[in-house]
Design a protein around this ligand. Structure first.
Ligand code: GUN
Length: 293
């Protein structure tokens, strides 16, 4: 069994990005600039956004964090986004999700300039990804593809089973794994809450990708011997032995599943660390106008 080390892979990607930025600056170019919008005081979201801003600093990007109270109206937020759309100094924009209930998340995504949508959530980017055209890929699926690629994991002709169909992970990774690219070329099954006999499907998986948010739901009896298991789950569970009172737990019962696997991602330290690196990569691509000229 080989552990897919997301931390090490993420560090390698960030070093590559930092070297690229240093070269851009040496040539007299400007640093890539990411703007992040955060609404409200959700602890998890604040941590994620702060980590994104810190990562920008590490690789030499400029960043702007716009933090609003959750009383901001939809109209005000949309106006802010329009402003950033017009700001030539800003290459990439993310709006941390989830948003408060009174704000329509789909409207927010659609008003964004898709050329700055480095989360890859705008319908134009989603559509272009489905069509196999150059697009910003969402960070988590992009990170999974990087892990498979950098560990030289054979995917062609394999059966990939995805549990979860979210717009952020399950749906895009199922599309990417089915494409005629490497990694890709898989036969893909998408499972979700209404799947009958989930274990029957998961036991057929050569590659099993789980993005549900139910700690430990994938047990050893659900996994084929020699499978590649990618665990996207990161749920905070109570842990009295930690000072902060919680730890992160994945969707896979790691201790019992890992011995059956050829490769598996740990939680934490698997897919998680890659997401920020792939956001940085998309921002670099935006600054270099690689996707949209
Ligand atoms: N919330 C959970 N994942 C993400 C993400 O990748 N980007 C943004 N903006 N919000 C999220």
């Amino acid at each position: 069994m080989i552990l897919l080390d997301g931390k090490k892979t993420s560090e390698a990607i960030q070093s590559e990005i930092a070297a690229d930025v240093a070269e851009i600056k040496k040539q007299g170019g400007k640093a890539p600039h990411l703007a992040a919008i955060l609404v409200g005081q959700d602890g998890g979201s604040m941590t994620y956004v702060n980590n994104k801003v810190l990562a920008c600093e590490r690789v030499g990007f400029d960043s702007t964090l716009l933090h609003y109270e959750d009383t901001i109206s939809e109209e005000e937020l949309l106006a802010k986004i329009e402003e950033i759309n017009q700001d030539e100094n800003i290459d990439g924009l993310i709006v941390q999700l989830p948003l408060p209930k009174h704000i329509n998340g789909n409207k927010v995504l659609e008003v964004m300039d898709y050329k700055k949508d480095v989360d890859g959530f705008h319908p134009v980017n989603v559509g272009r990804m489905v069509a196999g055209l150059p697009a910003y890929l969402p960070a988590t699926p992009y990170g999974i593809m990087q892990l498979l690629e950098r560990y030289n994991i054979e995917t062609k002709g394999k059966h990939c089973v995805v549990i979860g169909r979210s717009n952020i992970v399950g749906t895009p990774i199922s599309i990417l794994m089915s494409k005629c690219t490497i990694p890709g070329e898989c036969t893909v099954t998408i499972c979700h809450r209404n799947t009958v006999d989930l274990a029957m499907h998961t036991r057929m998986a050569d590659i099993l990708i789980v993005a549900v948010g139910k700690p430990g739901m994938v047990t050893a009896d659900m996994v084929k011997e020699g499978a590649v298991v990618i665990d996207v789950g990161t749920t905070r569970v109570p842990d009295a032995t930690r000072e902060r009172g919680w730890r992160l737990r994945g969707d896979v019962d790691f201790d019992n599943v890992a011995p059956k696997c050829s490769y598996i991602t740990p939680v934490p330290g698997g897919v998680g660390p890659l997401t920020i690196s792939m956001l940085l990569k998309n921002t670099l691509r935006a600054a270099k106008k690689e996707v949209y000229g």
